[in-house]
Design a protein around this ligand. Structure first.
Ligand code: NAD
Length: 486
């Protein structure tokens, strides 16, 4: 069995630490006989070490001041850019996404560190008038303390960057339980942070299973938790964290709709929707899962959609011709295939399907379905390259259909009528609504987050200027001068 020697290890108090848990291997999803890395999982003992280290490092990191912390984040951004090829190669080997997509993610992660580094010089509080002539009233922000970070594998660098960069900038220390499928990328990020000058104990990484994440969020010393992942795990975490009164931020799953009006630009709508539904092998929380056609006159659009899906090229992420890489694991492949079978069993029809490569890799054929809205796939998140075409007579009906799931992450509408576009922005239950653009993709300086079960109804922003609101406590200081001496 070929082994690509990507190192992966937990990192605690400034040192690489071999865990005391099970030995685990991560294989290349495009070639499962290749082991990308082997490591020992962290367990409760390493969790306690990490919490103790984060606690001991807290005071000095806070005292260092925000401008100095910003400089360290800026160095981290530069190091990510210097090592971009290496990080992208490991990402593609572990995750499967095409190398070009891995490169884009690495660049966006460097931008995220730069963005937060730049905000180190933003104003830190507000001054209010006082009824007392010799008094000033100021708000100040203080770090939460230890922040627990739990991340998914689908954006193994970008999502951690969204969370860790602002958490550190605001003076918190971090214990990060990263996703089990992408340990090499997490290890590289910790290496970058340590090299950039993040002091020992300030940022700690635990490579471990979901159960370790549960222990992390339950720990009484963890003052804030930021989580991105699925709805069931998110709700489990919400129960624990809210139950003990700590601060929580979550971004969860989606079941995003793209509404297409008869006046839509056909090329733009078809290319955007195929990209949003099938790109990254459909493993984006913001992926289009339902395509809702309003009224009649969609023959040209449907022809294009079918042709584009059928023409997608699958293969290993290292092949420049590959548009769609493998899915993350054998079990994920089986779940997606089972969901397609179930849809067909429930009255669905396959409108188009791409060709599978001759490979032992974990490949799923990108699939376009149609069928009754009662199909399970119309309401449950299937994390793979599958989208279902549905029909609505009116815009009202389309909006009602789009809103008819527990999720509310993103939505898109394709139309040349501004009135319809505005209506959709107002009435769609989604935290992000795109007009004439894919449901995927976001800018790191704009608020990101969902509604309904796609989020937690607390501060939603992890990647905008408002990140400071989550990663700090705001205090109000009343500063009154002592009486002057006579
Ligand atoms: P997941 O919920 O299975 O796992 C996410 C993280 O939680 C992993 O690190 C995992 O080890 C950990 N975990 C698992 N069980 C846990 C437990 N009981 N307690 C604490 N931590 C636990 O999700 P995934 O499969 O890694 O990622 C896919 C999901 O993430 C999809 O539902 C997708 O929509 C969602 N997602 C959402 C966003 C967003 O911003 N809204 C972005 C990316 C992914």
């Amino acid at each position: 069995m070929p082994v690509i020697t990507t190192p992966a290890s937990s990192f605690i108090d400034g040192s690489w630490v071999e865990g005391t848990g099970e030995t685990t291997s991560r294989v290349n999803p495009a070639a499962p006989d290749e082991v990308v890395t082997t490591y020992r999982q962290a367990g409760p003992q390493e969790l306690n070490q990490a919490i103790n280290a984060a606690s001991a490092a807290s005071r000095a990191w806070d005292r260092l001041g925000v401008v100095a912390r910003g400089r360290i984040l800026s160095t981290a951004a530069a190091l990510i850019r210097d090592r971009a090829d290496e990080i992208a190669r490991v990402m593609t080997a572990e995750h499967g996404k095409p190398l070009a997509e891995s490169r884009l993610e690495v660049d966006a992660s460097a931008d995220t560190f730069d963005y937060h580094a730049g905000s180190a010089r933003n104003p830190v509080g507000t001054e209010y008038p006082s009824s007392h002539p010799e008094e000033r009233i100021l708000t100040v922000r203080r770090p939460l303390g230890i922040v627990g970070v739990i991340t998914p594998w689908n954006f193994p660098l970008q999502i951690p960057a969204w969370k860790i960069a602002p958490a550190l900038l605001q003076g918190n220390t971090v214990v990060w339980k990263s996703a089990s499928h992408t340990p090499g990328v997490s290890t590289l990020l910790m290496d970058v942070l340590a090299t950039a000058g993040v002091p020992a104990g300030v940022a700690n990484l635990l490579l471990g299973p979901g159960s370790l994440g549960s222990e992390l969020v339950s720990h009484p010393a963890v003052a804030g938790v930021t989580f991105t992942g699925s709805v069931p795990v998110g709700h489990h975490i919400r129960g624990i964290v809210c139950g003990r009164g700590a601060k929580l931020q979550m971004e969860l799953g989606g079941h995003n709709a793209s509404i297409v009006l008869p006046d839509a630009d056909v090329d733009l709508a078809a290319s955007s929707i195929v990209n949003a539904a099938m790109g990254s092998t459909g493993q984006k929380c913001t992926a289009t899962r339902r395509v809702i056609l309003v009224g009649d006159g969609h023959d040209a659009f449907l022809d294009q959609l079918r042709d584009r899906v059928a023409a997608l090229t699958l293969g290993p992420g290292t092949d420049p011709a590959t548009q769609i890489g493998p899915i993350i694991s054998a079990s994920a492949r089986d779940e997606v295939d089972a969901a397609i079978d179930q849809a067909v069993h429930e009255g669905g029809q396959v409108l188009a399907q791409a060709t599978l490569p001759a490979s032992d890799g974990y490949f799923v054929a990108p699939t376009l379905l149609t069928g009754p809205t009662s199909m399970t796939i119309c309401r449950e998140e299937v994390f793979g390259p599958v989208a279902t075409v549905l029909h609505a007579d009116t815009v009202d009906e389309a909006i009602e259909l789009a809103n008819a799931t527990e999720f509310g992450l993103t939505a898109a509408v394709f139309t040349s009528d501004e009135r319809t576009a505005r209506r959709c922005v107002t009435d769609l239950d989604a935290g992000i609504v795109k007009v004439n653009a894919p449901s995927t993709g976001s800018e790191l300086h704009a608020p990101f987050g969902g509604m309904k079960n796609s989020t937690f109804s607390g501060p939603r922003e992890q990647n905008s200027a408002a990140a400071a609101a989550f990663f700090t406590h705001e205090k109000t200081a009343y500063l009154r001068l002592a009486p002057e001496e006579a």
